[in-house]
Design a protein around this ligand. Structure first.
Ligand code: GUN
Length: 301
């Protein structure tokens, strides 16, 4: 068997085409969707990711606010920046690029973002929403993976899904989203013993471990769907995933390439969440004052 390719680039292009109509409808009602991207420090990989996000905004008609803060910015200043953006009606989404410098407490910063503008879905309110199956903003990478899976026409309910990697950004939310869709989900991580014993049972294998070549054909069931979230740069500059693509594609029924699989979808889903936030802001503006509406949620009232 040679796997069919799940083309993240093509799906991204198609989704972004659809965004144009939504942006036009918003603009017609006097709202230009806006995304603020905060980068603290000069991590080279983060700079590339932020650059891609800002570029995608431009392509889709979303106004971007790129805020670059020096590496030694005090936490209080980062919090003050977020407070200003929370109050700015031109901003519908706020994203703080991770990782943050070690002197900044990431959790405090993520919790400072208004839940109504948390387009990365990392605020505890949105994470908790994921647990009970009703989040405002699903986190972008697992959200993109879910849409890629849907293009295969596979019914997720009842399938064995194995997620390799238990990060807060990908592995854990991914597992929760597929559990919500009634899959039988296993999460494997760095301390899992005999990884292959788990992966071989997967009807759907999702790998987000950040280790090139981790998944070889012997670890994959015949006919499995394999989604590779890894983005690793080899010493020769080549970008590869966590899966031995050439080997595994001979066993899988569907597989994502790297690059051109999950990567483009992450940024596309960020734009999707930003548009949804702008559409929601417009609805809430009509319902009542958007900023005041936030307080009861945060107080748990
Ligand atoms: N760092 C790595 N991935 C992500 C992401 O999806 N969002 C943010 N904010 N930072 C990241």
């Amino acid at each position: 068997m040679t796997a069919q390719i799940i083309d993240g680039k093509a799906l991204s292009r198609q989704l972004r085409e659809g965004f144009k109509t939504r942006v036009a409808a918003l603009v017609e009602q006097g709202v230009t969707p806006g995304l603020a991207v905060i980068l603290v420090g000069d991590n080279p990989a983060s700079r590339v990711y932020v650059g891609n996000k800002v570029k995608a905004c431009e392509e889709c008609g979303v106004r971007s606010f790129h805020i670059a803060l020096p590496d030694d910015t005090p936490q209080a200043e980062v919090l003050a920046t977020i407070a200003r953006l929370n109050a700015d009606p031109a901003v519908h989404g706020i994203l703080i690029q991770l990782p943050l410098p070690p002197h900044i407490d990431g959790r405090s910063v993520l919790e400072a973002i208004s839940v109504h503008k948390d387009v990365d879905g990392f605020h505890l309110y949105n994470v908790g929403g994921l647990v009970v199956g009703n989040t405002i903003f699903p986190p972008c990478t697992p959200y993109g993976v879910q849409l890629l899976l849907d293009t295969t026409g596979t019914e997720v309910a009842g399938k064995n899904v194995v997620v390799v990697g238990a990060s807060n950004i990908v592995g854990k939310p991914m597992a929760l989203m597929l559990l919500q869709r009634e899959a039988t989900v296993t999460i494997c991580h760095a301390r899992t013993r005999d990884l292959a014993q788990h992966t071989i049972l997967a009807d759907i294998l999702i790998v987000a471990a950040g280790r090139p070549g981790l998944i070889v054909p012997q670890m994959v069931k015949h006919g499995a769907i394999v989604i590779d979230v890894g983005i690793n740069r080899l010493p020769d500059g080549k970008i590869v995933g966590d899966v031995d693509f050439n080997g595994v594609k001979e066993k899988a029924s569907w597989i994502t390439p790297v690059p051109g699989g999950v990567g483009p979808m992450t940024v596309t889903m960020l734009i999707e969440n930003t548009l949804r936030s702008a559409e929601r802001a417009l609805r809430l503006r009509h319902a009542d004052d958007y900023q005041e509406w936030e307080a009861p949620i945060l107080k748990g009232a």
